[in-house]
Design a protein around this ligand. Structure first.
Ligand code: BGC
Length: 270
């Protein structure tokens, strides 16, 4: 697929269970190609995950810029932690890995929830909202994106806040619901406790709930009683991850998401 439009970027969303991609118009926040998906390989080692990405992208024949959402903490292209993928990802230079396997020159990688949050803030349930908007994705893990007046504070990992002596993901992720076969009511109350804690700690004005469960808000929103701010479902569905991944490759967004260390390095050079 030839790149004939500077606004077109390939968005790749690596998830705990599936890896999805499509070409995105970053100005409109819309897909301009079909959406492709393959299962994320298990064990999800860097080699296996890169192999899956290569298959997806080679099949599309994409040769342009790539933005990639990753389910963990990535700093300057290097994975620091990926709780729901293989341990061997720790310390792996994902940007270099993608560049070398795909021969792509522009590759930007960031956290998957940050990507989804950016997309929702620009084009979805957070569009035009001032104050502190927090996207919370309830999937295999819990991902968070904190956006204040439209600007992302990158790399928050608030799904790992401790709740009742355990990681919050243990109580409020969708995989916890499925693993424990909890009813919507039981799980919904856990989500309520989690969001109430987050709202208190971060002063959230609006939560946007993402992940597959956001398609069924009527099942658990009635149990969200303690949380003191507005809670809305994501409106972009499973497109937010792909659109947001592509947004990570937009220079202004990339700059605001870089780590302080990398900013210090480039200031010294100039
Ligand atoms: C990871 C986050 C990620 C979330 C959703 C968590 O386990 O720590 O970085 O955003 O899962 O994939």
């Amino acid at each position: 697929m030839a790149v004939n439009n500077a606004d077109h970027v390939l968005g790749v969303d690596i998830g705990g269970t599936g890896t999805k991609c499509a070409v995105v118009d970053i100005k409109k926040g819309e897909l301009v190609s079909e959406r492709f998906r393959l299962d994320t390989p298990q064990p999800a080692t860097p080699e296996a995950v890169l192999g899956t990405m290569k298959k997806l992208i080679d099949d599309m024949g994409w040769k342009g810029p790539i933005g990639c959402g990753f389910p963990g903490l990535v700093k300057d292209g290097v994975v620091r932690r990926a709780p729901n993928l293989d341990e061997s990802f720790t310390g792996f230079n994902l940007v270099e890995g993608i560049k070398s396997i795909l021969g792509a020159s522009i590759v930007c990688v960031g956290n998957d929830a940050d990507a989804a949050g950016l997309a929702e803030a620009r084009f979805g349930a957070g569009k035009g909202v001032n104050g502190t908007v927090v996207m919370v994705t309830l999937g295999t893990g819990i991902g968070t994106a904190v956006i204040h007046n439209g600007e992302l504070l990158p790399d928050t990992e608030l799904g790992h806040l401790e709740m009742k002596g355990k990681d919050s993901e243990h109580w409020a992720s969708n995989s916890a619901k499925e693993r424990n076969e909890w009813s919507w009511k039981k799980w919904g109350k856990n989500v309520d406790n989690y969001l109430a804690m987050l709202e208190y700690l971060i002063g959230a004005d609006r939560f946007i709930i993402g992940g597959g469960v956001s398609k069924k808000p009527e099942k658990f929103f009635p149990f969200l009683k303690k949380v003191g701010c507005e809670v809305v479902p994501a409106t972009m569905g499973n497109l937010a991850g792909i659109v947001g991944a592509a947004l990570l490759a937009v220079p202004e967004i990339r700059r605001s998401s870089r780590s302080a260390a990398s900013r210090r390095r480039s200031t010294k050079k100039s």
